[in-house]
Design a protein around this ligand. Structure first.
Ligand code: DGI
Ligand code: FE
Ligand code: FE
Ligand code: FE
Length: 188
């Protein structure tokens, strides 16, 4: 695995200053959550640092990547905001040589979530939602939940995201719904 410093050096040229500040926040929160919940800290750090590497890439290029290269066209069918997650996982694998499946999965699922996420995926998913630069209604509740239960924080983030998408009348990716149901069932 590369060092955190190497990962930051790789990602920085891809990100605006504001997006880089967000990434620093996700990195810090990922370390805290990884330690609290016993996840591999180095894997969580690398996934957090690299998670938005494609956020500002060209949308047409990313559409082509998910349809022509990944052969997973569903990523292009529920809104352009989703493209940077699967494309980020592909980019770090093929351009940065990262082959750890926990890191790749955490980057790929960080926007939609996924049913039966690994602990590294959950850490990055929640850290992305609650990092200190985030300011939206409900973020304080999400931060409190994240101190008690990683699963509760994931469920809350999914509920809030789906509510936001429904209000905006935009499509919800099926994996977001599957993730929501998986966390609901666990709650029992
Ligand atoms: O990249 P970030 O801004 O740090 O955060 P993110 O990757 O979690 O992206 C958040 C955006 O993605 C936000 O505008 C909501 C949107 N999103 C999340 N799940 C879905 C979704 N958009 C659609 N259309 N469908 C989803 O299921
Ligand atoms: Fe993102
Ligand atoms: Fe997110
Ligand atoms: Fe992010």
């Amino acid at each position: 695995l590369m060092t955190s410093e190497e990962a930051f050096a790789h990602v920085r040229p891809h990100l605006s200053p504001a997006r880089y500040t967000h990434t620093l926040g996700v990195h810090e929160v990922s370390i805290t959550l990884a330690k609290r919940y016993g996840a591999d800290v180095q894997k969580c750090e690398l996934a957090a640092i690299l998670h938005d590497i494609c956020k500002e890439h060209d949308v047409r290029d990313m559409r082509q990547t998910v349809t022509e290269v990944l052969k997973e066209p569903h990523w292009a069918q529920y809104g352009d905001e989703l493209l940077h997650a699967p494309c980020g996982a592909h980019y770090v694998q093929h351009h940065l040589g990262i082959c750890d499946n926990d890191i790749l999965a955490a980057i790929k699922s960080h926007t939609t979530g996924r049913a039966h996420m690994s602990i590294v995926e959950k850490v990055v998913f929640v850290a992305d939602y609650i990092e200190p630069n985030r300011a939206f209604p409900g973020v304080e509740k999400a931060r409190l939940l994240a101190e008690e239960s990683l699963d509760s924080a994931c469920l809350y983030a999914l509920q809030q995201t789906m509510t936001f998408l429904l209000q905006k009348e935009v499509p919800i990716h099926p994996e977001t719904v599957c993730a929501y149901h998986a966390f609901l069932k666990r709650k029992g």
